[in-house]
Design a protein around this ligand. Structure first.
Ligand SMILES: NC(=O)C1=CN([C@@H]2O[C@H](COP(=O)(O)OP(=O)(O)OC[C@H]3O[C@@H](n4cnc5c(N)ncnc54)[C@H](O)[C@@H]3O)[C@@H](O)[C@H]2O)C=CC1
Ligand SMILES: CC(C)CC(=O)C(=O)O
Ligand SMILES: [Mg+2]
Length: 361
């Protein structure tokens, strides 16, 4: 049966990088028998400009009816002053995640052997890093109520966001992390701020219970988020699976990207319990390099591989994409973000073309 995809390029570099991922899909369809069809739809600031809303009903319906969603990125300075009820990041991105119940965000941070020198770390520290950040994605402080900015009687203003987790939300993300750990090294590190936050005390308690009751074979440790941020740089190989809240996972995965060389390399999968999946690079819309051919498309191409693996059950083709990316890096091809000093850099489209050529062998 034909795999039906919703492709949502979005804003900034979104269209630049999604174009390259679609080239990869074209080749898989033409040369490797992947039975796939996709429809594009506007999302984010672009959709707001076209329709008055960052997540038009037609886009949401397309996403809901698809077998998987491929997303570029949303947001940018031209929409920064919009009222919060219309901001692309909040309405479109958080809206899609919530509407599709994509509570489990998998963000693998793996150092390609060819890119050890591009890491922000010393080569001996960088070599072999392979971390899976499991981030809760549909709750926590990005979604908690009450929220807002209000005027106080004395003329000051008060800004408020709420960090809320219920035990069932913690249980389900913990299970995802433990299951993944079983297929990897059998170790989970849960990251929280239980020395200060009541929510984190609940988080730690629930993760521990799930571990003891259902996954006694998996080794569980706990770490405060400030220490985890430091340990990621000091000794990243101590981590295998990290499980954490929405905001901590957002921040730690951007940090982890620099261990691998660039934020332009890290893919992600966002999954629901019912089988929905959305795939996007972990970075944003990078307005500073939009439309000028400097964006690294590999995070999006690797997100496409995750889509084949997790939503379409095309494991062999997912492996092929990952091998092709390894091949272009082994061939010395570098976009500006991963080029060393004096090294020639290629553009976004050339990098996409190189992956296509490597796929074709
Ligand atoms: N998933 C999404 O759609 C996300 C959207 N955003 C939005 O994106 C906009 C820009 O946010 P920033 O904080 O600047 O974060 P960003 O991730 O867009 O950019 C941070 C830095 O990384 C660089 N960068 C990002 N992706 C790259 C790539 N593929 N290749 C090479 N360099 C890359 C950018 O040029 C910039 O210097 C904001 O409106 C923000 O809200 C931010 C994060 C996630
Ligand atoms: C733009 C935010 C809502 C989310 C974010 O930065 C992310 O998911 O990486
Ligand atoms: Mg982020």
């Amino acid at each position: 049966m034909t795999h039906k995809l919703a492709v949502l390029p979005g804003d900034g570099i979104g269209p630049d990088i999604v174009r390259e991922a679609c080239k990869v899909l074209e080749v898989l369809r033409a040369d490797f028998g992947l039975d796939v069809a996709w429809e594009e739809a506007p999302v984010g600031g672009t959709a707001y400009d076209q329709t008055g809303h960052p997540l038009p009903d037609t886009t949401l319906e397309l996403a809901k009816s698809a077998d998987a969603v491929l997303l570029g990125a949303v947001g940018g300075p031209q929409w920064d002053n919009l009222d919060y009820t219309l901001r692309p990041e909040r309405v479109a991105l958080l809206g899609l995640r919530k509407e599709l119940d994509l509570f489990a965000n998998l963000r693998p941070a793996k150092v390609f052997p060819e890119l050890v020198d591009a890491s922000a770390l010393r080569p001996e520290v960088a070599e072999g890093i392979d971390i899976m950040v499991v981030r809760e994605l549909t709750s926590g402080i990005y979604f908690g109520e009450p929220r807002g900015v209000e005027e106080l009687p004395d003329g000051r203003r008060k800004g408020l966001n709420s960090l809320v987790y219920t035990s069932d939300e913690i249980e389900r993300i913990a299970r995802v992390a433990f299951e993944i750990a079983r297929k990897r090294s059998g170790r989970v590190c849960s990251v929280d701020k239980a020395n200060v936050l009541e929510v984190s005390q609940l988080w730690r308690d629930v993760v521990s219970h799930v571990g003891q009751r259902e996954f006694p074979d998996v080794e569980l440790s706990h770490m405060y988020v400030d220490n985890a941020a430091m340990q990621l740089v000091r000794d990243p190989k101590q981590f295998d699976v990290m499980v954490t809240t929405n905001m901590f996972g957002d921040i730690l995965s951007d940090e982890a990207s620099m261990l691998t060389g660039s934020i332009g390399l890290l893919p992600s999968a966002s999954l629901s319990a019912e089988g929905a999946g959305m795939y996007e690079p972990i970075h944003g819309s990078a307005p500073d390099i939009a439309g000028i051919g400097k964006a690294n498309p590999l995070a999006t191409i690797l997100s496409t591989a995750m889509m084949l693996r997790y939503s379409l059950d095309e494991i062999e083709l997912a492996d092929r994409i990952e091998r092709a990316v390894g091949q272009v890096l082994a061939d010395g091809l570098r976009t500006p973000d991963i080029a060393g000093e004096g090294e020639r850099a290629i553009g976004t489209a050339e990098m996409g073309d190189a992956v296509v050529a490597a796929l074709r062998g």
